[in-house]
Design a protein around this ligand. Structure first.
Ligand code: CTP
Length: 419
């Protein structure tokens, strides 16, 4: 049994030249055990034949909202029964229609009629892909929890080469596996909990084209967000790097420390767990020049002023029962400095790493941390993947949450005994 066994997938195919690759995708999904119903738009039918899909899929291909002999309302029947709606290739047109909620044909109507996860795999020419309108639409869809499988670079229609080619069918099948396996996740110890994660390095502008930043990639924060979602949490990810955000989480895109501060102030009061994994700039240029500074003068002096310490503010305003997790990137006296930050910022957990060690922290795929808890608990991980570190951090957060619940129970009993 794979995670795709018996899962009902609506495969939406739209009118891009990459529609021919959707034939292979359809075959692979069926081979992996999925029950695939292809839905082809008018544009798709210009590129590939209905019969091709009907022959390979679990059901005949559908092409119209009307004239379906089995039901007068095919979009609601399919939408309600689906475990996932997958659109590959997704043209700029359908991306825009999904964003605006337009019901223009069987596929868009089915997308509106489903509560199942939606995954889209954009494919188009580089110029189209880079349009602000297309990128804005995708950003909105990501923030609504739509899973986007990014296109790849390579040969495009007409012999051009560039970014915009449909992801390989094998890559798409893996992404479908990932999403559907999260939906049947074995560990649901964060089910019903809201988790806020911040990730990435902030960028503080100097002038119209330059900024001061840091080397954080956002990988550790994204691994935390993905892991929390897998464990059943309702996750909000505030990140400076939305392009590599995991699927299945709500993404809030920010750039500066100030924007991150505002997003956290909005989201944190409702969160059960807050994990502040972002590398927030401690200083920002006092003045931002709105034009490009010219190099004629030879030297440039920039005055910096401190940014808000977001985590300290969250610690000071921490609601009852919330578990607040901070990170400490250190190079000297790692545990001592981290413990001081835990105390000073009123945290429940701090994750300390020695970023002077090879393979640890910024830019690496791996990490090695010590997880310190306010109750004195301590756990050290070996050098391992950021996913493994995420699991260790969330294990500690779950333990702290459960500890709170147990204590609240005991406190209530004490109250009763005193009455
Ligand atoms: N942090 C924050 N806002 C800032 C700076 C840091 O919320 N303006 C958070 C980070 O996200 C991290 C924790 O504070 O979770 C510790 O960050 P770190 O850079 O290690 O320490 P600082 O508190 O900035 O202190 P220092 O740079 O002096 O070590």
């Amino acid at each position: 049994m794979t995670t795709l066994s018996g899962r009902r997938i609506i495969l939406g195919v739209t009118g891009g030249i990459a529609a021919y690759k959707a034939v292979d995708l359809c075959r692979r999904l069926v081979e992996a055990g999925a029950y695939v119903t292809p839905v082809l738009t008018r544009g798709a039918l210009e590129m590939v034949g209905e019969v091709t899909f009907s022959a390979l899929a679990s059901e005949r291909a559908r092409t119209s909202l009307f004239n379906d002999p089995s039901t007068p309302i095919p979009h609601t029947v399919m939408g309600q029964n689906a475990d996932m709606v997958l659109v590959a290739p997704a043209t700029a047109r359908i991306i825009s229609d999904i964003r605006t909620g337009r019901s223009a044909d069987l596929l868009t109507a089915t997308i509106l009629a489903t509560r199942a996860p939606l995954m889209i795999c954009p494919a188009m020419h580089t110029e189209m892909w880079e349009q602000v309108s297309v990128q804005e639409n995708l950003e909105v869809l990501r923030s609504r929890g739509v899973h986007v499988v990014e296109p790849e670079s390579g040969r495009l229609a007409g012999g051009d080469v560039g970014l915009g080619r449909l992801a390989e069918p094998a890559t798409i099948v893996t992404a479908v596996h990932d999403v559907l396996s999260h939906n049947v996740s074995a560990t649901d110890d964060l089910a019903g909990k809201r988790v806020l994660v911040t990730a990435g390095g902030t960028r503080e502008p100097i002038d119209a084209v330059r900024f001061v930043g840091n080397r954080s990639s956002g990988r550790q924060g994204h691994a935390l967000a993905r892991n929390a979602a897998e464990r059943g949490a309702d996750v909000v990810l505030v990140t400076t790097n939305p392009a590599s955000a995991p699927s299945g989480v709500r993404v809030v895109n920010v750039s500066t420390a100030d924007e991150m501060h505002r997003a956290c102030s909005d989201e944190a009061p409702r969160a059960d767990v807050v994990v502040m994994a972002a590398a927030v700039a401690d200083f920002r240029p006092q003045e931002i020049v709105d034009r490009k500074l010219k190099k004629d003068k030879g030297t440039l002096s920039v005055e910096f002023e401190p940014t808000v310490d977001i985590l300290a503010g969250l610690g000071a305003a921490k609601p009852n029962g919330q578990v607040l997790v901070g990170f400490a990137a250190e190079t000297d006296d790692v545990e001592h400095n981290a413990a001081a930050k835990l105390d000073k910022k009123n945290l429940d957990i701090i994750v300390a790493n020695d970023v002077s060690k090879p393979g640890v922290g910024f830019e690496y795929e791996t990490n090695e941390v010590v997880v310190l808890r306010a109750d004195g608990g301590r756990q050290q991980t070996p050098l391992c993947s950021k996913d493994e570190v995420a699991r260790a951090v969330l294990d500690a957060a779950v333990e702290a949450l459960n500890h709170r619940t147990r204590n609240r129970g005991t406190d209530n009993r004490d109250d009763k005994e005193q009455e």
